[in-house]
Design a protein around this ligand. Structure first.
Ligand code: ADP
Ligand code: MG
Length: 580
């Protein structure tokens, strides 16, 4: 982000007016962010952040960047004085972190600030201000680059101090801020210390290595890399496997054109890509970096620039979902984790990408050969890991199918498995061979509540696309003339009403980010599938397993529950002390 240094100039009012106004300095971490960004814009290779008292007492950011010419130093602390853009039009092609010329004056106004800066081959200069006033300018000494020290933040605005969280919390937010920018600039070395103690230290490295460092040891060994060219730009990511999905979104980082951002759109895309692979109350661990043409991203919508606007949201969303999904399908997601803690006996952990159950030692067995051959090394066929066919042994508790596969014990949840199969069939028939509807010999007439009537008006086309056919039949009544072919045998009226009811309910998390048709397919599959308690004969079970084997995502239902659990023959041997 650096090119030959330009003079600092005050922006013309036309540009200044168009800058997103608002509070730049909200808390100590805001200062850290602005100062690091300035260092990055100055082409720094090494950035050191030292804080004391969680940043309230002192924040010092030193860099080895290009420095500021002596004559420009006072200007840097004037509002709307910047070396990065010149005219309003430049706002459409921002390639620097800063562009508003607001940070230094805003920080200076609420603290004691000192900047020592030196151009390569020049002399060091020092400027100090107190609450933005009483400037002292003079010669100094120091290495090439800049060091900004901010002391007693908010000393003159006690009200703002009150809004700060506990020192521990403010320090944590500072660390997150450094981590985020470190992800944005992996080739730059970063160091963060708090009260003299080193908190973070990153050497210059590749994106993937930096991402691994920031995601941390709790997910190490469960990460995969993604690099893709999308229709709208490029995507680079390090993704946690479904196995290490988190109870909170703490391990999610998004970067857009090297700017760390909060992005509801990318958050949703990530959730959608892992959807059905992880339970709905878990969140993937991931660092996602997208690179888009500058004119298709607006970074000037938020005072702290932590949010951006995309020109083509829909395409970006779809591209990211597709690429992340593809990456998740490409790699075998079972890893040997020596020394991982033992899972509780009562609650084995099941990998919903593979059905693998964690053995009692907490060690996962590697994939069987055939599975590895099918899933592991083949390019981007988007193929799922396959097992040898399953031989049905019988039904257990009218809920599970018990089977055997290559000497392993397989337990299948009959409802979850059937749901998965039907869901995929519904969507496939819609896209491949057109709708498969089955006409009803005696079409039932249904009277609808006004709410049901309104809903039906809204979702009519989707209902039709999935195979239901409904015709008006007098005020407040309709006639159901066909149902999806897969649902033959289910009571048509009850099925239709249940689907309509599911669509009406909006609180369902499994539906987030899904199209209406998909939601309808989920509802139809759910209400059509065999239930726990349904007796199944040998043929029905064999058919179901055969269908499941050919499913695209055979190991999980769309609620993120596993469809099957596999107990390794080798584990059985251990449990019976047949071998160590
Ligand atoms: P902006 O970054 O939006 O331009 P700032 O108030 O953050 O505004 O900084 C004002 C100017 O001071 C910058 O445009 C840049 O020229 C200069 N500057 C600030 N920090 C540094 C630094 N660490 N190294 C070199 N120049 C800097
Ligand atoms: Mg700046």
């Amino acid at each position: 982000m650096s090119e030959p240094r330009r003079d600092i100039r005050v922006l013309p009012p036309t540009a200044a007016e168009r800058i997103a106004a608002g509070e730049v300095v909200e808390r100590p971490a805001s200062v850290v962010k602005e100062l690091i960004e300035n260092s990055l814009d100055a082409g720094a290779r090494r950035i050191t952040v030292e804080i004391e008292g969680a940043g309230q007492r002192t924040i010092r950011v030193s860099d080895d960047g290009e420095g500021i010419p002596a004559r420009d130093l006072p200007l840097a602390f004037q509002r709307f004085a910047t070396s990065k853009i010149r005219v309003a039009e430049d706002l459409h092609r921002i390639d620097t972190y800063g562009f508003r010329g607001e940070a230094l004056p805003s920080i200076a106004a609420v603290a004691r600030i000192e900047m020592v800066t030196r151009l390569r081959g020049g002399d060091a200069m020092r400027l100090a201000l107190v609450g933005g006033a009483q400037p002292t300018l003079g010669p100094a000494s120091g290495p090439p680059g800049s060091t900004v020290t901010v002391a007693d933040l908010f000393f003159n605005t006690p009200a703002r101090r009150k809004f700060l969280k506990s020192p521990a919390r403010e320090a944590a937010v500072i660390a997150e801020t450094v981590e985020a920018l470190a992800l944005a600039a992996p080739d730059v070395a970063f160091r963060l210390s708090h009260d003299g103690r080193e908190i973070l230290w990153y050497p210059p490295e590749q994106f993937g290595d930096r991402a691994r460092r920031v995601l941390g040891s709790s997910v190490a060994g469960h990460l995969l890399d993604l690099e893709a060219v999308m229709s709208v730009g490029t995507l680079e990511a390090v993704l946690g496997t479904p196995q290490v999905a988190q109870p909170r979104r703490t391990l999610q980082w998004f970067l857009v054109n090297r700017r760390p951002v909060r992005s509801p759109l990318l958050t949703r895309a990530l959730a959608q890509a892992y959807h059905t692979l992880i339970p709905h109350d878990r969140h993937p661990a991931a660092v996602l970096a997208v690179q888009l043409p500058p004119q298709s991203v607006d970074a000037n919508i938020h005072p702290r620039k932590t949010e951006v606007r995309f020109a083509d949201e829909r395409t970006l969303f779809e591209d990211v979902v597709r690429e992340v999904r593809r990456a998740l399908h490409r790699v075998p997601l079972v890893h040997v984790v020596p020394g991982a803690g033992s899972p509780a006996l009562s609650a084995p952990r099941v990998d919903v990408r593979t059905g693998e159950i964690e053995s009692l030692e907490g060690t996962r067995w590697p994939l069987p050969d055939r599975a590895a051959a099918a899933g592991a090394h083949e390019g981007d066929a988007g193929q799922t890991i396959r097992w040898p066919s399953i031989r049905v042994i019988g039904q257990l508790a009218r809920t599970y199918i018990v089977g055997e596969s290559g000497g392993d014990l397989i337990l299948i949840d009959q409802h979850a498995a059937h749901e998965r199969v039907l869901f995929e069939r519904l969507l496939a028939s819609r896209t491949r061979d057109g709708v498969r509807a089955q006409g009803l010999v005696t079409p039932p007439v249904l009277s609808l509540t006004p709410a049901e009537g309104t809903l039906l008006d809204e979702v009519g086309p989707a209902i039709h696309a999935i195979g239901f056919e409904v015709e008006p039949f007098g005020p407040g009544t309709v006639r159901l003339t066909a149902v999806p072919a897969i649902a033959v045998g289910r009571a048509p009226e009850a099925l239709f009403r249940a689907c309509l009811r599911d669509l009406g309910g909006d609180g369902d998390l499994h539906h987030a980010g899904r199209s209406l048709e998909e939601r309808l397919a989920i509802a139809t599959a759910c209400h059509t599938a065999v239930r726990a308690g349904d007796p199944l004969n040998q043929t029905m079970m064999a058919d179901l397993l055969d269908a499941l084997e050919h499913a695209e995502d055979p190991f999980s239902c769309f609620h993120g529950r596993p469809t099957m659990i596999r107990v390794r023959g080798r584990d059985l041997e251990r449990w019976f002390y047949r071998r160590d």
